[in-house]
Design a protein around this ligand. Structure first.
Ligand SMILES: *Cc1c(COP(=O)(O)O)cnc(C)c1O
Length: 461
């Protein structure tokens, strides 16, 4: 007899209790489809002379559970890069998360003036706060800083030239390259100076009747050192004013607080840029600001009004969830100490090294037990990065755990074991060792709770 005929029919399977439970969880269609595909695999295997292996019902349950798992999941970022772009950048504060949640599940006065009972403007909810924190006259918010730069250039320089120093033609994470963004915004790049030195006279000589603006781009992800010269913002602002053109700055991270006061490497602040005479500045919401993904443009009333009137603004605008989270984040910034306590990005960046080291010492034996037999663990000093392009040359002393494979177990295999936990733990590999920087582990509970499930997976052949 053909062993294929011994396989159960779908109808028969669908009457089994276990399958009925799966239908209650995953829906009938998904269960039928999975059973069909499993039966087909078995028929094919038998046809090729292989014996059918494994329990059909267990396999069906596993496959359905796997399919139900969302692709986007929480992970533990122990890479040592606090604002890791690939891991979603800033974590929202509790306050910002609650505000976002409230905005999600309720109607809001997003574009409704409660006082007049008429149509309002969505920027109105954050504009006053941004102005208070930057000293600007007006502000608007779009999808991210790339969008902010795009909107600013398209509005102010369409079909005309923008003067930028050669030392600032940066690429940030692949798709954001200043020359390309400028081309897509519909304006022409007029490069001045050299990679390492640009002078005020270079800008002055570049001006012609096609010139729409001067722009400075913060060198976010690299540092030019040695024989260098760049023009101070205030001097460039004064020259722009004399020429009757706007002076624009893409600040990148653009902190709203003096990070130097927290003992962190200083980043240019939006307030300083505005007080130096910038007519419009742009910066990200989810870098050092520690808020939701968005791009903030702060500047003169006239320029911001023109940007708001650009149809691109509608295409790039943010939703109520972002505005709610941004408002809460900005409110925390009104007091530096409150910002440091409430905003995870700032709290993690300023976390005392002693505290991180004490955590590493405490965790080390427990982690050692979990990896016994295939890796040895030790406490190490390491260096964290701010991430997402903020001053890559400034590193923060931190502490963590280093893993050395036993009997030929590679750092990659150890990294994989941690990635395959229910709450994936992402570390980094440095000099053939797997490292977990504990700066961003504020709550060790979920990390510890799953250590028992760590298993070394044999590398697939
Ligand atoms: C990060 C960065 C951008 C892009 O900002 P997003 O918020 O990621 O869109 C643009 N310019 C500079 C200088 C940056 O550092």
């Amino acid at each position: 007899m053909d062993p294929r005929s011994a396989l159960p029919s779908i109808d028969k399977l669908l009457r089994q209790d276990e399958i009925l439970r799966l239908i209650a969880n995953h829906g009938r269609d998904a269960v039928v489809e999975t059973l069909r595909s499993l039966l087909q695999d078995r028929r094919r295997a038998i046809g090729q002379g292989q014996a059918a292996a494994g329990n059909l019902l267990t396999e069906c349950a596993e496959r359905l559970a796997e399919q139900a798992e969302p692709s986007l999941r929480p992970v533990l970022n122990l890479t040592g890069t606090v604002n890791h772009t690939n891991l979603g950048r800033a974590l929202l504060s509790q306050r910002a998360a609650e505000a976002a949640c409230q905005a999600m599940i309720s109607a809001t006065n997003l574009e409704y003036d409660l006082d007049q009972g008429t149509r309002g403007d969505r920027d109105s909810h954050v504009e006053a706060l941004i102005c208070r924190l930057t000293g600007a006259e007006a502000a608007t918010v779009v999808n991210n800083n790339a969008a902010a730069v795009m909107l600013m250039l398209n509005t102010l320089a369409l079909g005309r030239e923008v003067v930028v120093s050669r030392g600032e033609l940066v690429e940030i994470g692949g798709a954001f390259r200043v020359p390309d963004v400028m081309a897509r915004a519909g304006c022409r790049l007029h490069e001045v100076g050299t990679t390492n030195r640009t002078h005020l006279r270079d800008y002055a000589q570049a001006v012609n009747e096609e010139t729409a603006a001067f722009m400075k781009v913060h060198a976010s992800n690299y540092a030019i050192e040695g024989f260098t010269a760049e023009v101070p913002q205030a001097d460039l602002a004064a020259l722009a004013r004399r020429q009757g053109i706007p002076f624009l700055i893409d600040l990148g991270s653009g902190s709203l607080l003096d990070l130097g006061a927290f003992g962190l490497p200083a980043e240019p602040t939006a307030r300083q840029a505005i007080s130096d005479g910038a007519d419009a500045v742009t910066f990200s919401g989810d870098k050092l600001l520690g808020g939701p993904q968005c791009g903030i443009i702060a500047g003169s009333r006239e320029l911001i009004a023109r940007m708001r009137a650009n149809p691109l603004k509608r295409a790039l605008r943010v939703d109520k969830i972002i505005l709610a989270a941004l408002t809460a984040t900005l409110q925390s910034h009104c007091d530096p100490e409150r910002a440091r306590a409430e905003i995870p990005t700032l709290r993690l960046l300023t976390r005392p090294t002693d505290e991180i080291r004490a955590l590493a010492e405490w965790l080390c034996p427990q982690v050692g037990t979990a990896v016994a037999g295939w890796a040895g663990v030790s406490v190490i000093e390491c260096l964290s990065q701010i991430g997402s392009g903020a001053r890559p040359v400034d590193l923060l002393p931190s502490a963590g755990l280093a893993f050395d494979g036993i009997g030929g177990v590679s750092a990659q295999a150890i990294a994989r074991a941690f990635r395959e936990l229910p709450l994936p733990v992402i570390g980094r590999i440095h000099k053939d060792r797997f490292l977990l920087d504990l700066r961003c582990l504020e709550n060790a509970e979920p990390f510890l709770a799953q250590l028992g499930r760590l298993t070394l997976v044999a590398p697939s052949a």
